[in-house]
Design a protein around this ligand. Sequence first.
Ligand code: NAD
Length: 316
Amino acid sequence: MKIVITGGAGFIGGNLAHFLAQRPEVAEVRVVDDLSTGSKDNLAGLDADFTEGSVLDGALLDRVFAGADTIVHLAALPSVPRSVRDPLASHHANATGTLRVLEAARRAGGAQVIAASSSSVYGGNPRLPKHEGLRPLPLSPYAVSKLAAEAYLGAYHHCYGLPVLPFRFFNVYGPGQPAGHAYAAVVPAWISEVTAGRPVPVHGDGHQTRDFTYVGTVCRVLTRAALRRVVSAEPVNLAYGTRTSLLELAAELEAVLGTPVDLRHGPPRPGDVRHSHADNARLRSLFPEVEPVPLREGLRRTAEWLRHPAPRPGGA
Ligand code: NAD
């Protein structure tokens, strides 16, 4: 089968491209990416067809999607603080970009579209764990753009019969996720500060919780979804219900790195949610065969990659 990954030069997309390339059922992997946050280094050593360009370019999508069986749509500007600074840019890339992808998939004859939404859509809804039936209460322009994107997938399924699958990713971490930039995610940012012997900045009291998912686990689910052509107009949480506070994350990192973590508390960030904890019943019923990589093992592999960055065979 032929699979297109939008945003395939990014963190999750690069891992997925390596992962899919190892599957005998996958004859061809194509990547479209505008390299705004991603890098071709994430595709190093891979026999993937790469097209540089934006998902906002319909003619380009027509060329790349021709003959594809599945499109895994990961292209987005993926940061809450970035969206607070520039809401229009997030809306264009994430909401309009998804609409363009769906239109091109329809023109291409109805390829399956698997897309990345985000746990941030639950936002200010205080109920825990987060199950897909809860009312979304987005707190940031990023969350609104992701809610629009997943709603468009549902609408294209209902109106045009397009086979779709919107996933709500929670906090994905692992090899390939960059540290050292303004919007770096907590796991790589903290590991690089601790290994450099510097204190670690925490937004707020550190009791906020996140549901961390190792990127290899995410790739496994995405691959199963494409190979089995799983369809759902309703969003599916892609996390395993492991609720970890940032203080607990610091303790895990101390164990993995063998170094004390010196936390420095600052003010909470606007747009951040307080608690994140997935109900994974829907995920488990659709993908009972996938077992997640435990947090400590995932952190160990991530720290190893940050010490010795290298291509990631199989996203493992
Ligand atoms: P990333 O920034 O590494 O990857 C996104 C990729 O999309 C980049 O390679 C970027 O260059 C590309 N891109 C951006 N705008 C584009 C455009 N207009 N046209 C083509 N390419 C474009 O981020 P990631 O962490 O790999 O995230 C992948 C997806 O998962 C995103 O949709 C993100 O919103 C979603 N997500 C990620 C997390 C997480 O914890 N990493 C959590 C929730 C949702």
